[in-house]
Design a binder for this molecule. Structure first.
Ligand SMILES: NC(=O)c1ccc[n+]([C@@H]2O[C@H](COP(=O)([O-])OP(=O)(O)OC[C@H]3O[C@@H](n4cnc5c(N)ncnc54)[C@H](O)[C@@H]3O)[C@@H](O)[C@H]2O)c1
Length: 301
């Protein structure tokens, strides 16, 4: 897709981090922006910031995990702009901790936002994007974790592997049908955003959580420094604009991604075991070996 002037971009999870960087960059390139997010205060200030920068931006509260909420977002977007040309299925959340301690709610939350959010976006917007016949593009935010399951990150890595599968299927469908809709998956490594504070948008009804980030203040402080050392979201946005403009499926950024992909896939090609990668080995504690908090709560303990 080469022309952005006057085109409409819908961005989920647009109030922060990578989504907000997409909004500023595609807005500066002439797009009209529909910013969608679950966090209302952050959404209002993000829209205000975009408008101050001279970008035509509107905000809608939407929960990507809820099909009805995304359909409402689509209806409002079509009412306001008529057509949608760029769909960024970007909203995502993360949780860390040992696989065996994740509660059903932990799994459901991450999969509802990261996987169903993408499916709900495609179902609500894509038919109209195909029908108008102008150049259009679907951009799904995956991760380098789409290619590899790190220890202490099972719900997240598995959800991002699903985003890769969905995106590759959709790419083949769009090409085989000779539509004018391109597909890109954004695969960042570590980016300096608020993803490590994903719990801020978690439904209260899910408590108690087995997420170590929530349970352990020291871990939260550690993750602050870790996340802050990542790439700037602007770098991810620039790489993605280039991928969309040149109809490339993968949007990688920085210079470490080939090292990571090679490390993940070369052992596989040899039939070797995967490398051991975990965030938590040095942090295994008595607390983690004890029954998970959600299990204790469920048994009334
Ligand atoms: N930061 C990283 O290191 C990194 C790396 C790879 C991929 N990603 C992916 O990038 C995407 C954007 O995350 P980010 O890093 O900018 O984090 P972020 O927390 O700064 O932004 C995520 C946005 O999504 C919104 N959101 C959360 N749940 C939502 C819901 N149910 N419905 C609508 N909006 C919701 C949040 O309010 C927030 O504005 C995610 O898909 C994430 O998995 C991030």
């Amino acid at each position: 897709m080469r022309e952005f002037e006057g085109r409409t971009a819908v961005i989920t999870g647009g109030a922060s981090g990578i989504g907000l960087a997409f909004a500023h960059l595609f807005g500066r390139n002439g797009c009209r922006i529909m910013l969608a997010d679950i966090e209302s205060t952050a959404l209002d200030s993000a829209v205000e910031g975009l408008r101050k920068a001279g970008i035509a931006a509107f905000g809608e509260i939407a929960d990507v995990a809820e099909p009805a909420s995304v359909e409402r977002l689509a209806a409002r977007t079509f009412d306001r702009f008529g057509k949608v040309h760029l769909l960024f299925n970007n909203a995502g959340v993360s949780i860390t901790g040992p696989t065996w301690r994740m509660s059903p709610d932990d799994w459901r939350w991450v999969w509802d936002v990261n996987v169903w959010g993408v499916v709900n976006g495609i179902r609500a917007f894509l038919p109209a994007m195909m029908a108008h016949g102008e150049e259009a593009h679907v951009i799904n935010t995956g991760s380098l974790a789409s290619f590899f399951g790190n220890g202490d990150h099972a719900p997240y890595c598995s959800s991002k592997a699903a985003v890769l599968g969905i995106s590759q299927s959709l790419y083949s469908e769009m090409k085989a049908m000779k539509t004018r809709v391109g597909v890109t998956i954004v695969c960042p490594g570590m980016v300096a955003t608020r993803i490590h504070q994903s719990w801020r948008n978690r439904p209260d009804a899910d408590r108690p959580w087995s997420d170590r980030e929530y349970a352990d203040l020291a871990f939260r402080e550690g993750s602050e420094a870790f996340q802050g050392a990542g790439l700037s979201p602007d770098v991810i946005a620039e790489a993605t604009l280039d991928a969309v403009r040149n109809d490339r499926f993968y949007s990688f950024s920085g210079d470490r991604w080939p090292f990571f992909i090679r490390g993940a896939l070369e052992p596989t090609l040899r039939g070797d075991n995967p490398p051991v990668a975990t965030w938590g080995e040095d942090r295994r504690s008595e607390q983690e070996r004890a029954p998970a908090p959600w299990a204790a709560a469920a048994s009334g303990a």
